[in-house]
Design a protein around this ligand. Structure first.
Ligand SMILES: [Zn+2]
Ligand SMILES: [Zn+2]
Length: 268
């Protein structure tokens, strides 16, 4: 069974297409669990709008709900639409994240680090800093934030766990130390790690996480799930064939889906 738990909507201002088209695309690609996971309104935004406003959240919830009414319960084709959220992890917004997690009946919440301090390290307009700073220090700071995110206990899924490699800047000798550390922390948490296939379309040229990282996660018995990070209908389920191979190669036979924040394992 295939699940795609990471997708966005026009409300974030950098995604395109009607939400219905995303679901239709999921059906075409044989995905039977499809989740929307819009960005949270507290995302740091510099020049351009990258997330819905606080006042737009009810619209997001209504739109997902309308699709759930339309699709869930159908048997042919069978697709289950889930209500998710990709919360931007910012240390000074933890209380807000916790409030949203308690108030809104999400099926699951992805926690994602998109900023180191105020630096949007995954934005094309902000790449200059990679030239000025030591790459190992950048990785250190990035993974410290992921560590804080795991420790907060608010989230169900780690979003693109090594997003810091997006533009291909990597420390010499790799970062196996961080992979081991993340896996160890996650094995003591209830969080699952998504295999985010968007990395194949970025300079990184591989998913977040890669095969080595996945193998380490497997050794520590950390569960996984799948997400395309679609910002357009045609991106739904992108590279899922390769992702499936990768998961099997790492020793995974099951992936996770959610209902009202409760994980279940389904066979890949
Ligand atoms: Zn986005
Ligand atoms: Zn993200």
């Amino acid at each position: 069974m295939l699940v795609d738990l990471h997708s966005h909507t026009v409300l974030c201002n950098h995604a395109t297409g009607d939400m219905r088209e995303y679901v239709e695309r999921a059906i075409e690609r044989g995905i039977s669990e499809f989740g929307f996971s819009e960005h949270s309104p507290w995302m740091l935004q510099e020049a351009e709008k990258l997330a819905p406003d606080f006042e737009e959240i009810p619209t997001y919830l209504e739109r997902v709900e309308a699709l759930q009414e339309e699709y869930n319960g159908r048997t042919n084709p069978r697709v289950h639409v889930l209500l998710g959220f990709e919360m931007d992890f910012l240390p000074d917004k933890i209380a807000l994240a916790r409030q949203y997690a308690q108030r809104i009946p999400f099926d699951y919440i992805i926690g994602s680090v998109h900023h180191i301090g105020r630096w949007g390290f995954d934005q094309e307009s902000q790449l200059a800093l990679y030239q000025k700073r030591d790459i190992r220090d950048i990785y250190e700071e990035y993974f410290q934030l992921v560590e804080q995110m795991i420790a907060s206990g608010i989230f169900d899924i780690v979003g693109h766990i090594d997003l810091v490699k997006r533009y291909g800047y990597r420390p010499k000798g790799g970062y196996r130390d961080h992979k081991e550390n993340m896996a160890r922390l996650l094995s003591r948490s209830t969080m699952v790690v998504e295999v985010n296939t968007s990395g194949w379309d970025r300079p990184a040229g591989e998913p977040y996480p890669d095969l080595e990282f996945l193998r380490i996660l497997r050794q520590h018995q950390v569960p996984v799930t799948l997400g395309s990070d679609a910002h357009a209908p045609e991106e739904v389920g992108r590279h899922f064939g390769e992702a499936r191979e990768l998961l099997l190669a790492a020793g995974y036979t099951h992936i996770t889906t959610f209902r009202q924040r409760k994980p279940t394992q389904v066979k890949i």
